[in-house]
Design a protein. Structure first.
Length: 150
């Protein structure tokens, strides 16, 4: 049986995967959350996990003081960079955010059930990394049926 990482590599490293994530609008729940919690990210330092094709980037980046996008897939990162050259988007893994210092963000956002892409142990690692990079008064929002925003 394939591990979660093997499944993820098969999906997110595939050449045409960016087309699957090439939406330009937020879904209803994401839009509601961002409107409701806009004070958590407007004019603040934002880390956007699993940026995919840049769908959330186009909403968060213009409103933030500093925007950093991260995605596990080189195909996705290249797609976002090609579409939005002005954005800071890098290849990375939400389980290891060592590219960023402690307490370096006010808001961490993860859309499209990004936390479900990893195992239970890796979810705990991801949450620990999110906590580490968040400032004391920082907030996070994950779009997931089991995790409440902020």
């Amino acid at each position: 049986m394939a591990t979660q990482d093997e499944v993820n590599r098969g999906v997110y490293m595939a050449k045409g995967v960016a087309r699957q994530y090439f939406l330009s609008t937020l879904n209803r729940m994401e839009a509601i959350a961002l409107i409701k919690y806009r004070n958590a990210f407007v004019d603040r330092d934002v880390l956007d996990l699993g940026v995919g094709g840049g769908r959330t980037s186009i909403y968060l980046a213009p409103l933030s003081r500093r925007y950093e996008g991260v995605d596990y897939s080189p195909v996705m990162v290249e797609s976002v960079r090609a579409r939005f050259a002005e954005l800071s988007v890098r290849l990375g893994d939400m389980r290891d955010l060592s590219a960023f210092g402690d307490a370096s963000f006010d808001f961490v956002f993860g859309s499209n059930n990004v936390i479900d892409a990893v195992s239970h142990e890796d979810r705990l690692r991801t949450l620990a990394e999110m906590r580490r990079v968040l400032r004391a008064e920082g907030s996070f929002a994950l779009r997931d049926p089991l995790i409440k925003c902020l």
